[in-house]
Design a protein around this ligand. Structure first.
Ligand code: ADQ
Length: 732
């Protein structure tokens, strides 16, 4: 039966040991991911693989067995890590490199050469663990920044398996991400997945932009089809994580005493609540400073409000975290020291993790939640606070830098770097009428109820399924062994064949500049052998100019078509234009193209005899995309008046006479009705003209994924060459 395998750095259960020989203890893990997923995964046929939180060096062999056994009852399987791995992988690469960078704290990055090696090793260790269980029909869901290499590692070992990856933290903008030394490897690692999920649309955009600029791969509506990832389609999309809504919503008698207890302590004071893991990204210092300023500006609230600051200890062996803890302790000490009276003190500070009931009691009793991260992937506390409000009263003050702000627009949204704005938000919140609180909260609470953790999970898994189905459709078009055999048999039995082959992107890979994509020896050998068979008429049909084609292929016995069908040179014949053409229009269009070249650094113009090409492969991709649209728009008038066509190619715009195209030119090669085998291979839009005009029984093949009028797809130029070699070998 199909199984869901969840893989994350930490298991939902943490194993600890207080002293050397004391017994092992098992607790629920704290943190967004485990709180979210642990509530439901047992209801699936699921296995959760992860680190149980204790170093191998601190346990004996028999402990290992005990832990493994105990965890297996909970549907978990442990990946044990040594102290050295924890230091270099977890504290090192994960939390000293990726975490600060992805949260826009590049100056907090401390990278040591051993970190990257350990990150690789541990990702491999996880891959080994998954391989012990994974079956080809299973669904593997990898979580978060600690395991960004894992999807590709798994893909290499389990070609067809369905892999999802979800990033719980922000994906930073390209300018930040590009600073990462191993940016390419990280992206390639994640791209092993079929589905890549993020909390917000901004993260999706930044990811796709990094993929485009660093790996040079374009996307279309979040889909990435690239022969570099030829076994699968990749889709990036948003899945804003939800919470276990009912758990926070339902009445809970156990907490009544707790609530009474707190009420007795705080009297009638209004409660502002702050709940965070200890982390510099959470803006805890900013909120304390703003609260202090609020009391300065609003002395009437002295004795009437309290701020409850709950901080969960986290990553305390990293210097920045230790420093932060010290700063928080000091600042709270200062504020309380200068403001407390015998009856009242402004900040209650709890530095520990709390059992669920106590946390829920705090949510319920608080009037305001003050959530001020400088960056946060989502922030579940904001959602939990709202869900716990059974009477729908309470005010959420939320930083716009939290992913949650995208969904919780009815909250009081603030910029955490602006202390005055936080002060104003507190003033507003403390004076907000109940009716308005209820109105704002109802909308948000309904959304949380609707898109809860179960919905989030099922939505993600449904999307994984959809990508697989789409992929299946594409793979049905891929030239399979049966169709290939039919084609080869047909080839063998034919005597009058035409092979129409596009050049760039079909016979050779694209290069940074057109001149660099020269034919190599292997290709020349293929063409020579194909053309030496007298039954074959091989034609290279390209957008290149005839001079280049002559230079490269002039001494082969093949036909050539240049400039997308402007020029044709039949085998053994001279060049001739397909239609009588003029060049007069170039005088008008060249200055326009020059203007665009000047305004788009990295782009250049190529002049062919009857066409002009604006190349933008080396320009900034976003700017070039905008400029290409502007250019097309500018050229619209000329297109009609001068009978021109503006063609979109692969990172080029080509302007040429509207009367010629590759389709018309290719027809000139198949006029002989005795042709008994036609093969046409091409990769881009200009080749679609060929596929659409050739006779029904043509073997038409598109190189790469994506829709096409061709009958089949092959994935890469490599596959094209393999196919041509088979024709040579078997057709003899
Ligand atoms: P975290 O950085 O861990 O998660 P967050 O989303 O706020 O941040 O989740 C914290 C969780 O810990 C909450 O479920 C909360 O209830 C719990 N918690 C907080 N303080 C506690 C305490 N003192 N005692 C007990 N429990 C406590 C990462 C990302 C987030 C993203 C989540 C989920 O950094 O941006 O929202 O993953 O994707």
């Amino acid at each position: 039966m199909k199984r869901l395998i969840i893989v994350s750095n930490r298991l939902p259960i943490t194993v600890t040991r207080n002293k050397k020989n004391s017994p092992l203890e098992f607790h629920s893990s704290i943190g967004g991911l485990s709180t979210g997923l642990s509530s439901f995964y047992k209801s699936y046929n699921a296995l959760w693989i992860g680190w149980p939180g204790i170093a191998l060096d601190r346990i004996k062999e028999e402990d290992k067995e005990n832990i493994t056994k105990k965890l297996s009852h909970e549907g978990c399987y442990p990946v044990f890590l040594t102290q050295r791995e924890i230091d270099n992988y977890y504290h090192g690469f994960c939390n000293n490199v990726l975490w600060p960078l992805f949260h826009y704290f590049p100056s907090y990055v401390t990278n040591k050469s051993v970190f990257w090696g350990a990150y690789n090793e541990v990702n491999h260790k996880f891959a080994d663990a998954v391989m012990q269980f994974a079956d080809k029909d299973d669904v593997i869901w990898v979580h978060d920044y600690q395991l960004m290499l894992l999807p590709d590692m798994l893909r290499r070992r389990l070609k067809n398996i369905n892999i999802g990856f979800f990033l719980h933290i922000p994906f930073p903008s390209f300018e930040i991400f590009r600073m990462l030394p191993y940016r390419k490897e990280i992206l390639q690692g994640v791209m092993g997945a079929n589905l890549i999920g993020f909390h917000t649309y901004d993260y999706v955009r930044y990811f796709l932009e990094s993929v485009r600029r660093i790996l040079g791969i374009d996307s279309n509506l979040g889909y990435i089809y690239s022969h570099k990832y030829d076994e699968h389609i990749v889709k990036a999309d948003i899945f804003p994580i939800g919470i276990n809504f009912e758990k926070f919503r339902t009445p809970n008698e156990e907490i009544e005493d707790e609530i009474e207890n707190i009420k007795n302590k705080i009297g009638n004071s209004k409660v502002i609540l702050s709940v965070d893991r200890l982390d510099y990204s959470k803006g805890i210092m900013h909120k304390l400073e703003a609260f202090d300023r609020f009391l300065d500006k609003n002395p009437k609230y002295i004795g009437k409000v309290i701020l409850v600051v709950l901080v969960v200890p986290s990553r305390t062996n990293i210097e920045h975290y230790r420093m932060l803890k010290k700063q928080i302790d000091e600042l709270i000490g200062n504020i309380n020291g200068k403001r407390s009276t015998f009856e009242w003190f402004p900040i209650y500070y709890l530095y520990r993790s709390l059992p669920f009931e106590k946390l829920l009691a705090l949510y319920r009793i608080s009037n305001i939640a003050l959530i001020t991260p400088l960056r946060d992937g989502m922030n579940l506390v904001a959602k939990e606070f709202l869900a716990s409000k059974q009477d729908n009263k309470g005010v959420l003050i939320l930083s716009e830098m939290a992913g949650a702000a995208q969904e919780l627009g009815e909250a009081v949204i603030i910029n955490p770097n602006d202390a005055n704005e936080i002060v104003k938000a507190l003033e507003l919140a403390l004076n907000m009428p109940d009716t308005e609180q209820i109105k704002r909260n109802k909308t948000m609470i309904n959304r949380l109820k609707q898109y809860n953790i179960i919905k989030w999970t099922t939505d993600f898994m449904r999307a994984m399924d959809d990508v697989r189905k789409l992929q299946g459709k594409f793979f049905m078009r891929i030239l399979n062994a049966d169709s290939e055999k039919k084609m080869i048999d047909n080839y063998k039995n034919s005597n009058n064949r035409v092979l129409l082959l596009d050049y760039d992107g079909t016979l050779v890979e694209f290069a940074a500049s057109p001149k660099e994509a020269e034919p190599d020896d292997d290709l020349l050998e293929i063409l020579k052998k194909l053309s030496s068979d007298t039954r074959n008429n091989v034609v290279i049909i390209s957008g290149r100019d005839r001079k280049t084609l002559d230079e490269w292929f002039g001494n082969l016995n093949i036909g050539l078509i240049a400039e997308h069908g402007v020029w044709i040179k039949h085998k053994g014949d001279n060049w001739q234009t397909i239609e009588p053409l003029t060049n007069e229009w170039k005088k008008v269009v060249t200055p326009i193209l020059e203007l665009y070249m000047d305004r788009t650094p990295g782009s250049f113009i190529e002049e062919k005899e009857f066409s002009l090409v604006w190349h933008y492969r080396k320009a900034d991709s976003q700017l070039a995309a905008v400029r290409a649209m502007e250019l097309k728009d500018t050229l619209i008038d000329y297109v009609t008046n001068l009978k021109l066509e503006v063609m979109d190619g692969n990172k080029v715009l080509e302007i040429k006479d509207a009367g010629v195209d590759k389709g018309k030119a290719s027809l000139k090669c198949v006029t002989d009705i005795n042709k008994d085998f036609i093969l046409a291979i091409g990769d881009d839009l200009t080749d679609e003209n060929i596929f659409s005009v050739l006779p029904e029984d043509t073997y038409s093949i598109k190189v790469g994924m994506g829709y096409s009028k061709a009958k089949y797809n092959v994935l890469s130029t490599k596959d094209v060459r393999i196919l041509l070699k088979k024709l040579i070998n078997e057709g003899e």
